[in-house]
Write a protein that binds this ligand. Structure first.
Ligand SMILES: Cc1cc2nc3c(=O)[nH]c(=O)nc-3n(C[C@H](O)[C@H](O)[C@H](O)COP(=O)(O)OP(=O)(O)OC[C@H]3O[C@@H](n4cnc5c(N)ncnc54)[C@H](O)[C@@H]3O)c2cc1C
Length: 403
């Protein structure tokens, strides 16, 4: 019997993980990426314990940890008072997971290490500068048409995974709605080389509530391993891009939040639109959606990519079970039942709540939020319950129970 052929569209971290997981399951994999290289702009880094368990299953955990930073704690702060409200310690998850910590590894590193491993499978076909333009399917196959360096080519396979990001061509070509909304304010991300531990008694992941301007502050290793800090602010709703990204506005913003003598050493700046959207379907026939192609959310809490990786692993396992186990087609819908439900009930809800908590302007609600976070961190049972949710262990276990 010929090996099942899987086409993965998009070599972002989710597409690469899906492709590698499928190759490990014995499928013949083709991976098509529109750009000439993996995108290394600063996006996801925070990788939660449940996701680390999956990265271990892929055989990548050692390089993944080696190229990142282990972040045992995360802190909540009140920005106007510059006071630490609550500290959470993943070590309480010892016994629940082999990885009682978060790892801060930039997403392009995961994509690149996954690609290197995928190249070890002689039948895998990886093509850059190859953009899928349309897809069609019949009862037995899916065909994707792509434009590459040598012209237009058709790829006929058994199943297709659309991991082509938030603007997914695959999602659009099969007419799936992307329901939800876009936040009116964009998110600013600045990267500096200054060591925030010299400026503030912080840890590697910090969330600052402020009705005027909340902040997220976290550390990544950087490509040179020397360490970089990323600072994320909301832009003002009516603030022009040129102003938000100007040197003057950026340095003013960071200095107002974290004053220090002398200018910050700014090495990267970016402005993102953020959305809360979930595709109306994750599967149509032989075509599946995963990662940002299926769902997008604001980055507070670091959940988007983590959940995309969970999609990729669940999908590779479902296809394997379906193809090798001779199950009927309804098994394929389990992917949507598990992953779409988890996204709506957990990821969307949690990220919207995270943003609301940081931006809350009512003084009474702000006080209640502070008291609640403090009480939760001081009670070991509630502290651990909270970590079980933020670490995604609870949502993964719950999803596994969906038949
Ligand atoms: C500022 C910021 C911080 C974030 N922080 C975190 C975090 O800490 N933790 C977390 O879990 N998430 C985080 N996220 C979210 C995370 O970055 C995304 O969820 C993640 O990039 C999704 O990966 P993906 O592979 O699904 O999509 P993408 O990374 O968008 O990759 C899609 C790929 O498909 C390719 N492609 C597109 N169209 C085609 C086509 N037609 N043919 C072929 N290829 C195509 C693209 O070129 C791209 O390489 C953050 C996001 C932002 C903006």
């Amino acid at each position: 019997m010929n090996k099942p052929r899987i086409l993965v569209v998009g070599a972002g971290p989710v597409g690469v993980v899906a492709a590698l997981a499928c190759a490990r399951n014995g499928f013949t994999v083709t991976l098509l990426e529109a750009e000439s290289r993996v995108d290394d702009s600063p996006r996801a880094a925070t990788t939660h314990p449940a996701t680390l368990e999956m990265i271990e299953r892929l055989g990548l955990i050692e390089p993944f940890i080696a190229q990142g930073l282990v972040a045992r704690y995360f802190y909540f702060w009140d920005r106007p008072a510059l006071t630490r409200i609550a500290e959470f310690d993943h070590d309480l998850l010892r016994g629940e997971t082999k990885f009682p910590f978060v790892v801060q590894t930039e997403q392009h590193k995961l994509a690149n290490m996954g690609l290197a491993r995928l190249r070890e499978y002689p039948e895998s076909d990886i093509r850059f500068q190859t953009r899928v333009t349309t897809v069609r399917q019949d009862a037995n196959t899916v065909t994707a048409t792509a434009e590459g360096p040598d012209g237009i080519e058709d790829f006929r396979v058994d199943y297709l995974i659309g991991a082509d990001g938030g603007r997914s061509t695959i999602r659009k070509s099969i007419d799936i709605e992307f329901d939800g909304y876009t936040w009116p304010e964009r998110f600013l991300i600045f990267t500096v080389t200054d060591d925030f531990r010299q400026i503030l008694d912080c840890c590697y992941r910090n969330y600052f509530a402020d009705p005027q301007e909340w902040v997220n502050l976290f550390k990544v290793a950087g490509d040179d391993g020397k360490g970089r800090w990323r600072v994320c602010f909301p832009a003002q709703i009516d603030e022009p891009d040129e102003h938000a990204l100007s040197d003057e506005a950026i340095h003013g913003r960071i200095q107002r939040a974290f004053p220090k003598n002398g200018p910050y050493d700014l090495v990267h700046r970016n402005l993102y639109k953020t959305h809360q959207r979930v595709a109306a379907k994750f599967r149509v026939g032989r075509i599946f959606l995963a990662g940002d192609a299926a769902h997008v959310n604001n980055p507070i809490g670091g959940l988007g990519l983590n959940c995309g990786i969970h999609d990729a692993m669940e999908l590779a396992d479902t296809l394997h079970q379906f193809i090798t186990g001779g199950a009927d087609e309804s098994l394929l819908d389990r992917y949507e039942r598990r992953r779409r439900t988890t996204n709506i009930e957990f990821v969307q809800e949690a990220t919207i709540a995270n943003k609301k908590r940081l931006a809350e302007s009512d003084p009474e609600v702000r006080r209640t939020n502070r008291d609640e976070l403090r009480a939760r961190s001081e009670d070991p049972v509630r502290h651990k319950e909270f970590l079980m949710r933020t670490s995604l262990i609870e949502s993964v276990r719950k999803a596994q129970l969906i038949p």
